[in-house]
Design a protein around this ligand. Structure first.
Ligand SMILES: Nc1ncnc2c1ncn2[C@@H]1O[C@H](COP(=O)(O)OP(=O)(O)O)[C@@H](O)[C@H]1O
Ligand SMILES: [Mg+2]
Length: 256
């Protein structure tokens, strides 16, 4: 069943020379439980597209639907994980209270804190509740941001280059974490990235975008078996074939 649908999504931003169309009639759907990566060059509008999917920004024309209902504001089924997690964590709140923050108004302080402890354990941060965000490494801070997203018990996780600010090894850890969470909780995921290997490694399908004005270049079925392995999956002939094809498209589009 289709869970998130983008239909002819078009976005214009006002400029001094008039409206600039950055995205032109992008249409695709994400099935319930599917892991979709959205891949495209820097500046093509990936963050903008994700914000429209999250109901944070309206499309100029076209439509976004989640669970069959048109998105006008942030839908309760979805949660959005920012690229710049350091900006999304509150430095004066403990890690536990940062995570609890998302559900405090709904559950009350005590139950929110209990929920936070559970989510912290799920992302491998049991025992870190009393720390402050600035006492943790970048990768751990991103885990806190993920734990906070999960307290809302979303059905769909919308992630904007969530691993781009951490070192390569930490990135592998976080990719494994996201795959675990996705598998265990049967979530739907839309993950935006400019990293070809990350898209192939994680996703069921890849929506490949062109440069601006951005359109959907192609929809690629990854077709690699699961569970995936950080080493052997990256050596599989299918992985290398896709890597070649996608890099070729991405680089060729840079040249024009
Ligand atoms: N609020 C805005 N006003 C004007 N232009 C914007 C705004 N937000 C983004 N843009 C422009 O839209 C384009 C796409 O941006 P973005 O979605 O951040 O791309 P990406 O995430 O793929 O790097 C960029 O050229 C950016 O300058
Ligand atoms: Mg971006």
């Amino acid at each position: 069943m289709e869970f998130l649908e983008l239909e002819a999504v078009t976005k214009e931003f006002p400029t001094r020379e008039g409206p600039a169309r950055i995205m032109d009639r992008v249409s695709f759907s994400i099935r319930e439980g599917e892991f979709m990566a959205v891949l495209g060059p820097s500046g093509c509008g990936k963050s903008t597209l994700l914000q429209m999917a999250a109901g944070l920004l309206p499309p100029t024309s076209g439509e976004v639907r989640i669970g069959g209902r048109r998105v006008h504001g942030p839908p309760p089924e979805a949660v959005y994980v920012f690229q710049q997690y350091t900006r999304s964590l509150l430095p004066w709140r403990s890690v536990r209270d940062n995570v609890a923050f998302a559900v405090e108004h709904r559950l009350g302080r005590r139950r929110a804190r209990d929920a936070a402890e559970g989510q912290l354990a799920a992302v491998g941060l049991a025992g870190f509740g009393d720390h402050f965000p600035w006492q943790l490494s970048g990768g751990m801070q991103q885990r806190v941001a993920i734990a906070r997203a999960l307290t809302a018990e979303p059905q769909i996780l919308l992630m904007d280059e969530p691993f781009s600010a951490v070192d390569a090894l930490t990135r592998l850890d976080l990719q494994a974490l996201i795959l675990d969470i996705w598998t265990q909780r049967k979530l739907t995921v839309m993950l935006v990235t400019h990293d070809v290997e990350e898209a192939i490694y994680l996703a069921d399908r890849i929506a490949m975008l062109t440069r601006r004005p951005t359109t959907l270049a192609e929809m690629v079925e990854v077709g690699l078996p699961r569970p995936r392995d950080p080493i052997t999956t990256r050596e599989a002939p299918r992985f290398l074939e896709l890597r070649h094809k996608l890099l070729d498209t991405l680089l060729a589009r840079h040249a024009v």
